[in-house]
Design a binder for this molecule. Sequence first.
Ligand SMILES: [Mn+2]
Length: 411
Amino acid sequence: MPAKLTNSSNPNSVVHEIPDKAIVNLSVEGEQPESAAEQGTNLKQIVARLKAVLEKHRGEHQIIILQDFPDPDALSSAWAYQLIAETCNIKCDIFYAGTLSHQENIALVKLTGLPAKKVTPQAFQTKDLSVYQGCVLIDSQGTTSQLFPIVEQAKIPLIVVIDHHSKQRELEAEFIDLRPQARATATILTQYLQEGLLSFNSSNNKHIKCATTLMHGLRSDTSNLLQAQEEEFLAAAYLSRFYDSQLLNSVLQSARSRRVMDVIERALRNRIIKNNFSLAGVGYLRYDDRDAIPQAADFLVTEEDIHTAVVYGIVHDEDEDIELVIGSLRTTKLTLDPDEFIKEAFGKDTQGRFFGGGRHMAGGFEIPIGFLGSFNDNGDYARLKWEVFDRQIKQKLLRLVHPEDSVIQTD
Ligand SMILES: [Mn+2]
């Protein structure tokens, strides 16, 4: 039965006709985890609602927008959604801005033929988006994509959001499955498969490859299943019937580039340690090496007595000629919420958007450096600029890490 829902926190929000309880928001903070039985019935309802939404849009053309630097969880989940949507004759194109910079992601896409397309925001601006009747966000809420604002501007309705990050913004879509307690979006998509939205078939090559990418997505968002919960193991067990272990092995064999190693080395050399936090600025990075930052954070957090690592640097985007401070947080401290930590450390931009956020045990941030960015090859200027940002970021982080130290001496 259709019900009118309004978004009470946003008085300007449009009233949508959406199916009763189409919004499946399981992210209520402080809520006790449900029992397995409750989860089972809940899942059946979620899947039934998604099925109804897909049926409603039968035969349409949708655009799936991923975060700018899609990881295996995002890539595999988008592919699974595309295959599920195909059963309702919905054609999906998967797009991302930015690059695949992690060696494993490049290998993943190449070896499986994963159908995600890279597009620059400029090229995307000139693209005819009117062919799409709907937009889908997977493993993000649009806050980490340069493409999503363009889709919003083109007034393409947001149909589906499936994500496991904490809530980043008010969203209106016909179907929202937001589960911060899930360790990976791949878990959620695999559950949809298990509930019958699409039956994988081990003689279908595409299914085998998609199952392999989902397995990789699950593993990479859970530190090789170390942080996995029952749901992830159940999802992995299901995928194990279809996935190609050799193919996954070839993806995991891909070696780090020398430039990534150099960034890790800089992170090691520059790190400062305070209260079991390890903080490291790595200076300037090429856009294509951006993924070295989370890899360096992954590495720093393995040091003895360190529970949290933050690594950041200035990344120059040559296509757009803009510079951004980009950072990653990794933590093994169960009581530290990366989403909260990053939002509190860096706050919001002038449009009220947070500079970053996170999920279980990991987070990230992006701060455009605006007027100070680009067009300067002068070494002194570049050094000075780095020092200012480095100091400002440390200051913001130390305020939380070591509150007594928050006053930085400037002389
Ligand atoms: Mn994810």
